[in-house]
Design a protein around this ligand. Structure first.
Ligand SMILES: *[C@@H]1O[C@H](CO)[C@@H](O)[C@H](O)[C@H]1NC(C)=O
Length: 308
């Protein structure tokens, strides 16, 4: 099924929704970098050979040229929304095929980033995959197998009925409406919008936390990545029953989702993008600390443990 979808996407006959759109991914990355310590920011900027917003969407740009990475962007939970939602790991993941899913990919790329054996290129790519997948794992329909994550459900958003599906509405249309972008923005407009959105999510988080946000409070067990990523996947998947598919398939296919449905979706998307940014920041801090302690361990094996 997925293979067929990928093959169709290459021919361009059917528009395959990729991931949170560019704006969502860039917002997550810009937001995360606002929370990072200056040391970590500098460390990561030395690794990246491109701008942060571009780094965050890089994984989508290699999806077609590296087909084995395609299944890393999602987890097809085999549940039955809106009646029942659940993530069954590793079964849902292994059912997708031997390349794995978003949970196994976060695990693999996190380990590759921290490994002393990885080349500079592998570490940069691992960083860019992690920046991307920590965004996608917060998109409810990236953690849902039903109707191929909503890709097969044709819906209307404003008047764009023919080209829209429920997955792309959550990836792009809802975020675009939140930031006030039209349907086909230019790259520079997307980046400006993402920066503004990250600024406002950052101020809201600061205000809510009384002036200083503790990113260490987020799950960041980089030595055992599944313990965090599965938790995030379950939270996102639960929204599929709580909201995304709650009205039922018939209702979703016969209403303009830019009206009341959007009003209810907006705070959920804002919350999820905000959480993704904060959690990515905690994760990056921990990955960098993990890399550095691996280096110290190498020389003086017992020093690393004091970092925790
Ligand atoms: C781990 O990542 C490497 C580098 O991207 C890739 O070649 C390999 O297939 C990945 N393995 C798994 C199990 O995801």
């Amino acid at each position: 099924m997925r293979f067929l979808a990928a093959a169709i996407a290459v021919t361009g006959v059917v528009h395959q929704a990729a991931a949170w759109g560019t704006v969502g991914h860039q917002t997550v990355a810009y937001l995360a970098f606002k929370f990072l310590s200056s040391d970590t920011t500098q460390y990561l900027e030395n690794i990246l050979t491109e701008e942060i917003g571009d780094a965050a969407t890089w994984a989508d740009s290699v999806r077609n040229s590296r087909p084995h990475t395609s299944s890393w962007h999602f987890l097809d939970a085999q549940d039955n929304p809106p009646q029942s939602c659940r993530v069954h790991y590793p079964d849902d993941c292994t059912d997708q095929g031997s390349d794995g899913c978003i949970v196994s990919a976060i695990n693999n790329q996190t380990a590759l980033f921290m490994s002393l054996d990885s080349s500079d290129q592998t570490r940069e790519e691992a960083l860019k995959f992690v920046m991307h997948f920590l965004g996608d794992i917060h998109q409810p329909l990236h953690v849902e197998g039903s109707y191929r994550g909503g890709n097969e459900l044709h819906v209307c958003f404003v008047h764009a009925c023919a080209r829209n599906n429920l997955h792309s509405v959550w990836d792009k249309d809802i975020p675009h409406k939140i930031v006030g972008l039209h349907s086909s923005p230019k790259p520079a407009q997307e980046k400006d919008a993402a920066k503004r959105w990250a600024d406002s999510l950052h101020s809201e988080a600061m205000k809510a936390a009384g002036g200083s946000v503790n990113i260490k409070a987020e799950c960041s067990n980089v030595a055992n990545p599944d313990s965090c990523s599965l938790q995030w996947a379950k939270e996102a998947n639960a929204y599929v029953c709580q909201y995304v598919m709650k009205p039922g398939i018939d209702w979703l296919q016969s209403n303009d989702l830019s009206l009341e449905y959007y009003d209810g979706a907006k705070p959920i998307v804002e919350k999820l993008i905000g959480q993704a940014g904060l959690r990515l920041a905690g994760w990056l801090e921990a990955m960098v600390a993990g890399s550095q302690s691996a280096m110290v361990d190498d020389e003086q094996r017992f020093l690393g443990q004091w970092e925790l």
